[in-house]
Ligand binder design. Structure first.
Ligand SMILES: [Zn+2]
Length: 228
């Protein structure tokens, strides 16, 4: 069947989400050069990111895979993942991230993966929740099951874009509900989001899980910062 994919590539060439070059056979969404140059977040930076949650919610561990700054071409990966109907990017990148994190013991003791839920309205208009795909990639590498439907966003929050840090915290407080708390009580869960910025939304979801007796580790695909 290789000739079919070669033929499709010939008439409809696929392009790297980052640099725009034509992808060769075997490359998906991102070319090898851009993948090798992905600005990874090392352990020291993860420790810095973890500080966002200090005094807000107790978390076991925090990791983000790569970072981007305003204007970085790597932001295109996230645009495709979220807005361009290319959720498979989430699986691909999460598998790479999990392969790096697994030998470091990042997933030790984690029993359940919980993708951060979107509001029903947003999921309907997008057609999918990108966090489900990131969770899928992590699960494929680690074998940890995914707990879909454990948590729901029961209150829609306003857009966060033009709010300062303090306003963002106020804006997201209490928007998540844990359904069937008995099913997750006492479990160590891995909470997944696509991008970490202030951490306010994911911290709010973590708080809801901690309140029903979970221990929470956090993973996001990307971290948006101008400081690291
Ligand atoms: Zn590229």
């Amino acid at each position: 069947m290789k000739w079919i994919s070669d033929f499709i590539d010939f008439i409809l060439p696929r392009h790297c989400a980052v640099c725009g070059e034509v992808l060769s056979r075997g490359e998906q969404e991102i070319c090898l050069n851009c993948l090798l140059a992905l600005p990874l977040i090392d352990d020291a930076h993860c420790a810095e990111i973890e500080k966002l949650f200090w005094g807000i919610v107790p978390v076991e561990r925090v990791a983000s895979y790569f970072y981007y700054r305003k204007g970085s071409p790597y932001i295109n990966l996230l645009h495709r993942l979220k807005y361009k109907n290319r959720p498979q990017i989430g699986v691909l990148l999460a598998k790479n991230a999990a392969t790096e994190l697994l030998p470091k013991g990042f997933f030790d003791g984690v029993e359940l993966i919980i993708p951060l839920p979107l509001s029903k309205k947003k999921e309907r208009s997008r057609g999918y929740n990108q966090c489900d795909y990131i969770a899928e990639g992590i699960s494929q590498v680690t074998g940890i099951p995914i707990g879909r439907g454990c948590v729901a966003r029961t209150k829609a929050n306003e857009t966060q874009t033009h709010k300062n840090r303090e306003e963002r915290w106020k804006n997201v407080e209490g928007i998540f509900t844990v359904f069937n708390p008995d099913a997750v009580r006492g479990k160590h869960v891995l909470l997944i989001d696509d991008v970490l910025t202030t951490g306010a939304t994911i911290a709010d979801c973590a708080r809801a899980l901690v309140a029903v007796g979970c221990r929470v580790t956090i993973f996001t695909l990307a971290y948006s910062s101008n400081t690291i």
